[in-house]
Design a protein around this ligand. Structure first.
Ligand code: PMP
Length: 476
């Protein structure tokens, strides 16, 4: 190519860029007008079915221009899809500015913070049925390991993936527990499961990529996706369907820029455990397309009864990531320790982010976790299961609709009224904190999540009674 020809190309790219910039500004203006209109009409910001239409129109135009189909996309499709996601994100940002509430929907954490304020500033006694933080203690070995750490000199920096003894212990434990072949190189120790989720998503997802979640869902998946510039395609599960996602819905949500599917079973907030045949189907959809499957399995020690539970790690799929934590299983929330199990390339990504952010997980905490690996924590699961029975029996008497939790620590109930307003009134007037359903997805505004983690049976009954008296004996 001659210099003249290069000059012509540069002029052309300049013209196209200016044209795109003008269109971009015009689109932002329209988006702003739409945002104002939606606010006036009392509508939410995101409308997934509308996004779906737009996606169909854009990909349809792309296929007309470049050929290809959904099953066999043209190479241009992934770029077009990423660009569209970028535009959709822009719209969300612009429209959120009209509200000031784009990110501010009430969640279990905002209720927890409000409850804490009432306790600290007004000296009130709150019944905590909002957070998944156990009130029981970690194994005794944890206290010993923490206090011995100092004398043993475990007070220095460690490697970013975790101390070798802990990696070995987790690999051995994980291989047995998860039915997988796990080596120490398949593990990254992280400050809680939350960081493992964040680091896996941040290192594997980029702007315009898509991630499929099953709603209702723990809100951090959406927040982590937004942080990575990725777009969430939420597949809806329903109470009527026992909170099971449909394989077809997941298949339909897969597009040219889908990079990850997140599965969280036992589930927060519904307590559902994924049916094995559905899990097989989802793993097949994902592996056909090389899509990452992030299994947030931090409630795996809280499976009730004889429900079969399976780790994503057990499939031997190289793009599966299992996230585990000591927070719930061993009641070690404040120690902040969890881990990811995955192929070396994923572990490297997580470790480099961890190294960048915090060098290593604190050495004494890793020793505490080491002492706890493999200890029998079934008593914790029994405690939670009994408490869930108590909550469920009260909820049943009140005529609430819910699916019997099969695991985790929560009961997710339809209350027939706005859950956020209910949670607010229940806290301020009756001193009981519950989590509003809206925190887990736009479609769950008339739900609340009731946690069995923090209070004993008597206090749970008291909390449920106060809820009942507030609802006037019924829930309409
Ligand atoms: N995943 C889910 C589904 C959760 O509910 C939580 C905490 N509530 C976490 C991950 C993170 O837990 P941690 O960081 O304490 O391990």
């Amino acid at each position: 190519m001659t210099e003249d020809e290069l000059g012509e190309l540069r002029e052309e790219i300049g013209r196209v860029t200016v044209e795109m910039a003008k269109l971009f500004v015009r689109r932002a203006q329209i988006s702003s007008d739409i945002g104002r209109a939606k606010k006036g009409l009392g509508m939410g910001i995101t409308d997934e079915s509308r996004e779906e239409q737009l996606r169909g129109a854009v990909l349809g135009a792309c296929r007309k221009e470049f050929g290809g189909s959904a099953g066999d996309p043209a190479p241009q499709e992934a770029a077009v899809s990423r660009f569209l996601n970028f535009l959709l994100d822009e719209s969300t940002t612009i429209q959120s500015q009209h509200r000031g509430d784009g990110k501010g929907r009430p969640t279990h954490l905002s209720v927890f913070q409000a409850a804490k304020r009432l306790e600290e500033e007004e000296g009130r006694q709150i019944i905590h049925m909002e957070v998944g933080e156990p009130d029981y203690m970690p194994p005794d070995s944890v206290a010993t390991a923490l206090s011995e750490s100092y004398g043993r000199g475990h007070i220095r920096y460690e490697g970013p993936r975790g101390v070798p003894a802990l990696l070995d212990a987790l690999a051995e434990y994980g291989s047995k527990r998860f039915g997988a072949s796990i080596g120490p190189g398949n593990i990254a120790v992280t400050p809680g499961g939350r960081f493992a989720v964040f680091a896996a998503m941040s290192s594997l997802l980029g702007p315009g990529d898509e991630v499929i979640t099953v709603e209702p869902a723990w809100p951090a998946y959406r927040d982590c996706a937004a942080h990575a510039g990725a777009r969430v395609r939420a597949v809806q599960a329903s109470l009527e369907g026992g909170w099971m996602p449909s394989i077809q819905d997941i298949q339909d949500a897969v597009g040219p820029s889908t990079k990850m599917v997140i599965l969280n079973y036992p589930n927060n907030p519904t307590g559902a455990v994924l049916r094995p045949d559905i899990m097989d189907g989802i793993m097949e959809v994902a592996s056909d397309r090389g899509i990452y499957v992030l299994g947030d399995e931090i409630y795996s020690e809280y499976v009730r009864g004889s429900k079969p539970w399976r780790s994503v790690a057990s499939y031997g799929y190289q793009n599966a990531i299992a996230v585990q934590s000591f927070s719930k299983s061993h009641a070690m929330t404040g120690l902040r320790i969890g881990y990811a199990v995955a192929d070396g390339h994923v572990i490297d990504g997580i470790a480099s982010l961890l190294s960048l952010c915090m060098t290593s997980v604190p050495a004494p905490v890793q020793r505490a976790a080491l002492s706890a690996v493999g200890q029998d924590v079934s008593g914790n699961a029994r405690t939670i299961s009994e408490r869930l029975d108590v909550i469920a029996s009260e909820a049943r008497k009140m005529g609430m609709e819910y699916a019997e939790p099969e695991g985790a620590m929560y009961l997710f109930a339809r209350v027939g009224t706005d859950g956020a307003r209910l949670a607010e009134r229940l806290l301020s007037e009756h001193g009981v904190a519950v989590a509003p359903g809206s925190g887990f997805g736009e479609n769950y505004r008339d739900y609340i999540r009731i946690s069995a983690a923090r209070e004993d049976a008597n206090r749970l009954i008291e909390g449920m009674n106060r809820l009942k008296s507030m609802l006037g004996g019924g829930h309409t």
